[in-house]
Design a protein around this ligand. Structure first.
Ligand SMILES: Cc1cc2nc3c(=O)[nH]c(=O)nc-3n(C[C@H](O)[C@H](O)[C@H](O)COP(=O)(O)O)c2cc1C
Length: 174
Protein backbone atom coordinates (compact mmCIF):
# COMPACT_ATOMS: atom_id res chain seq x y z
CA UNK A 1 0.00 0.00 0.00
CA UNK A 2 1.36 3.47 -0.94
CA UNK A 3 1.45 6.06 1.87
CA UNK A 4 1.23 9.81 1.31
CA UNK A 5 4.52 11.00 2.84
CA UNK A 6 5.44 14.63 3.52
CA UNK A 7 8.65 16.04 1.90
CA UNK A 8 11.74 16.34 4.14
CA UNK A 9 11.64 19.51 6.28
CA UNK A 10 13.98 20.89 8.94
CA UNK A 11 12.75 20.71 12.57
CA UNK A 12 12.48 24.53 12.85
CA UNK A 13 8.70 24.46 12.91
CA UNK A 14 7.66 22.93 16.27
CA UNK A 15 4.34 21.87 14.76
CA UNK A 16 6.09 19.71 12.14
CA UNK A 17 8.40 18.30 14.80
CA UNK A 18 5.55 17.50 17.22
CA UNK A 19 3.42 15.92 14.51
CA UNK A 20 6.26 13.70 13.28
CA UNK A 21 7.21 12.69 16.84
CA UNK A 22 3.53 11.95 17.50
CA UNK A 23 3.76 9.16 14.88
CA UNK A 24 5.77 7.21 17.44
CA UNK A 25 3.06 5.40 19.40
CA UNK A 26 3.75 5.11 23.13
CA UNK A 27 2.10 3.81 26.22
CA UNK A 28 1.02 6.29 28.88
CA UNK A 29 2.26 6.44 32.45
CA UNK A 30 1.58 8.45 35.56
CA UNK A 31 4.83 9.21 37.37
CA UNK A 32 4.32 9.71 41.10
CA UNK A 33 6.48 10.51 44.09
CA UNK A 34 6.63 12.01 47.56
CA UNK A 35 9.28 14.45 48.78
CA UNK A 36 10.98 14.03 52.20
CA UNK A 37 8.71 16.87 53.40
CA UNK A 38 5.68 14.75 52.45
CA UNK A 39 4.55 16.61 49.33
CA UNK A 40 2.99 14.28 46.76
CA UNK A 41 3.31 14.77 43.04
CA UNK A 42 1.99 13.00 39.98
CA UNK A 43 2.12 13.77 36.28
CA UNK A 44 1.17 12.10 33.03
CA UNK A 45 4.19 11.12 30.94
CA UNK A 46 4.53 9.31 27.62
CA UNK A 47 8.33 9.57 27.67
CA UNK A 48 8.84 6.45 29.81
CA UNK A 49 11.47 4.09 28.39
CA UNK A 50 13.18 0.96 29.64
CA UNK A 51 16.97 1.53 29.64
CA UNK A 52 18.84 -1.45 31.10
CA UNK A 53 18.12 -4.87 32.58
CA UNK A 54 21.33 -5.15 34.63
CA UNK A 55 21.17 -2.93 36.53
CA UNK A 56 17.41 -2.46 36.07
CA UNK A 57 17.11 1.14 34.82
CA UNK A 58 14.23 3.10 33.33
CA UNK A 59 13.84 6.73 32.33
CA UNK A 60 11.35 9.44 31.61
CA UNK A 61 11.82 13.09 30.72
CA UNK A 62 10.17 16.09 32.30
CA UNK A 63 9.85 19.57 30.86
CA UNK A 64 12.17 21.94 32.71
CA UNK A 65 9.32 24.45 33.05
CA UNK A 66 6.98 21.88 34.66
CA UNK A 67 5.59 22.84 38.08
CA UNK A 68 6.64 19.42 39.47
CA UNK A 69 10.30 19.59 38.44
CA UNK A 70 11.53 20.70 41.88
CA UNK A 71 9.53 17.94 43.59
CA UNK A 72 10.91 15.36 41.13
CA UNK A 73 14.49 16.34 41.98
CA UNK A 74 13.82 16.54 45.76
CA UNK A 75 12.06 13.21 46.13
CA UNK A 76 14.94 10.80 45.41
CA UNK A 77 12.49 8.19 44.14
CA UNK A 78 9.53 7.84 41.79
CA UNK A 79 6.94 5.31 40.72
CA UNK A 80 6.01 4.67 37.09
CA UNK A 81 2.35 3.57 36.82
CA UNK A 82 1.54 2.15 33.36
CA UNK A 83 -2.03 3.04 32.43
CA UNK A 84 -4.73 0.64 31.32
CA UNK A 85 -6.92 0.99 28.22
CA UNK A 86 -9.74 2.71 30.18
CA UNK A 87 -7.52 5.28 31.95
CA UNK A 88 -7.72 8.16 29.44
CA UNK A 89 -9.58 10.40 31.92
CA UNK A 90 -6.90 9.72 34.54
CA UNK A 91 -4.18 10.63 32.01
CA UNK A 92 -6.00 13.92 31.32
CA UNK A 93 -6.41 14.68 35.02
CA UNK A 94 -2.68 14.21 35.73
CA UNK A 95 -1.80 16.57 32.88
CA UNK A 96 -4.28 19.29 33.94
CA UNK A 97 -3.86 22.19 36.39
CA UNK A 98 -6.14 20.74 39.09
CA UNK A 99 -5.53 21.49 42.78
CA UNK A 100 -5.22 17.85 43.91
CA UNK A 101 -4.81 15.27 41.16
CA UNK A 102 -5.13 12.45 43.75
CA UNK A 103 -8.51 13.57 45.10
CA UNK A 104 -10.93 10.62 45.27
CA UNK A 105 -8.37 8.32 43.69
CA UNK A 106 -7.41 4.94 45.11
CA UNK A 107 -3.67 4.72 45.81
CA UNK A 108 -1.30 3.30 48.41
CA UNK A 109 2.21 4.08 49.51
CA UNK A 110 4.87 1.82 47.94
CA UNK A 111 8.14 0.56 49.43
CA UNK A 112 9.86 3.90 48.75
CA UNK A 113 6.86 5.97 49.81
CA UNK A 114 5.65 6.77 46.29
CA UNK A 115 1.92 6.71 45.53
CA UNK A 116 1.12 3.47 43.67
CA UNK A 117 -2.06 3.25 41.56
CA UNK A 118 -3.44 -0.26 42.17
CA UNK A 119 -5.30 -0.26 38.83
CA UNK A 120 -2.17 0.26 36.75
CA UNK A 121 -1.23 -2.69 34.53
CA UNK A 122 2.32 -2.43 35.84
CA UNK A 123 4.15 -0.25 38.38
CA UNK A 124 7.89 0.28 38.86
CA UNK A 125 9.09 1.93 42.06
CA UNK A 126 12.50 3.43 41.43
CA UNK A 127 15.36 5.11 43.27
CA UNK A 128 16.59 8.19 41.49
CA UNK A 129 19.79 7.09 39.68
CA UNK A 130 20.77 10.20 37.68
CA UNK A 131 19.37 13.21 35.89
CA UNK A 132 20.72 14.48 32.59
CA UNK A 133 20.26 17.65 30.63
CA UNK A 134 17.94 16.99 27.70
CA UNK A 135 17.45 20.41 26.11
CA UNK A 136 14.16 21.84 27.34
CA UNK A 137 13.58 18.59 29.28
CA UNK A 138 15.41 16.91 32.14
CA UNK A 139 16.04 13.19 31.63
CA UNK A 140 15.33 11.31 34.85
CA UNK A 141 16.82 7.83 35.23
CA UNK A 142 15.71 5.50 38.03
CA UNK A 143 16.86 2.12 39.30
CA UNK A 144 13.89 -0.19 39.77
CA UNK A 145 13.59 -1.28 43.42
CA UNK A 146 10.24 -3.11 43.20
CA UNK A 147 7.80 -3.88 40.43
CA UNK A 148 4.40 -5.40 40.03
CA UNK A 149 2.20 -6.26 37.08
CA UNK A 150 -1.40 -7.25 36.57
CA UNK A 151 -1.91 -10.66 35.03
CA UNK A 152 -4.26 -9.22 32.42
CA UNK A 153 -5.35 -5.83 31.09
CA UNK A 154 -4.41 -3.94 27.94
CA UNK A 155 -2.63 -0.60 27.62
CA UNK A 156 -3.70 2.93 26.81
CA UNK A 157 -1.76 4.07 23.75
CA UNK A 158 -0.95 7.63 22.63
CA UNK A 159 -0.61 8.18 18.90
CA UNK A 160 -0.86 11.34 16.76
CA UNK A 161 -1.89 13.37 19.81
CA UNK A 162 -4.80 11.12 20.79
CA UNK A 163 -5.53 8.35 23.23
CA UNK A 164 -6.24 4.93 21.73
CA UNK A 165 -7.56 2.33 24.12
CA UNK A 166 -6.41 -1.14 23.16
CA UNK A 167 -9.52 -3.10 23.98
CA UNK A 168 -8.84 -6.57 25.30
CA UNK A 169 -9.58 -9.18 22.64
CA UNK A 170 -12.25 -11.76 23.37
CA UNK A 171 -10.61 -14.99 24.49
CA UNK A 172 -10.01 -17.35 21.55
CA UNK A 173 -11.91 -20.59 21.73
CA UNK A 174 -9.62 -23.61 21.66
C1 LIG B 1 -0.40 12.04 26.80
C2 LIG B 1 0.50 13.00 27.55
C3 LIG B 1 1.85 12.71 27.70
C4 LIG B 1 2.70 13.60 28.39
N1 LIG B 1 4.01 13.28 28.53
C5 LIG B 1 4.83 14.13 29.18
C6 LIG B 1 6.20 13.80 29.40
O1 LIG B 1 6.67 12.74 29.02
N2 LIG B 1 6.98 14.70 30.07
C7 LIG B 1 6.48 15.89 30.53
O2 LIG B 1 7.23 16.69 31.13
N3 LIG B 1 5.17 16.21 30.36
C8 LIG B 1 4.35 15.36 29.72
N4 LIG B 1 3.03 15.67 29.55
C9 LIG B 1 2.52 16.93 30.08
C10 LIG B 1 2.39 16.89 31.62
O3 LIG B 1 1.57 15.82 32.04
C11 LIG B 1 1.76 18.21 32.10
O4 LIG B 1 2.55 19.28 31.65
C12 LIG B 1 1.61 18.27 33.62
O5 LIG B 1 0.91 19.46 33.94
C13 LIG B 1 2.95 18.26 34.33
O6 LIG B 1 2.72 18.26 35.73
P1 LIG B 1 3.05 19.53 36.64
O7 LIG B 1 2.23 20.66 36.09
O8 LIG B 1 2.62 19.10 38.02
O9 LIG B 1 4.52 19.75 36.53
C14 LIG B 1 2.17 14.80 28.91
C15 LIG B 1 0.79 15.06 28.78
C16 LIG B 1 -0.03 14.17 28.12
C17 LIG B 1 -1.51 14.46 28.01
Amino acid sequence: MMMAVQDWVTPDDPVDLRQALGCFATGITIITGTTPAGTRFGLTASSFQPVSLTPPLVLYSIRKGAASIGLVKDSGSFCVNVLRHDHAELAKRFAAPVADRFEGLEWYSGCLGCPVLPDAIASFECRLWATYDGGDHEIVVGEVAKLRRARDGNPLVYFRGEFHPIIPAAPRSA
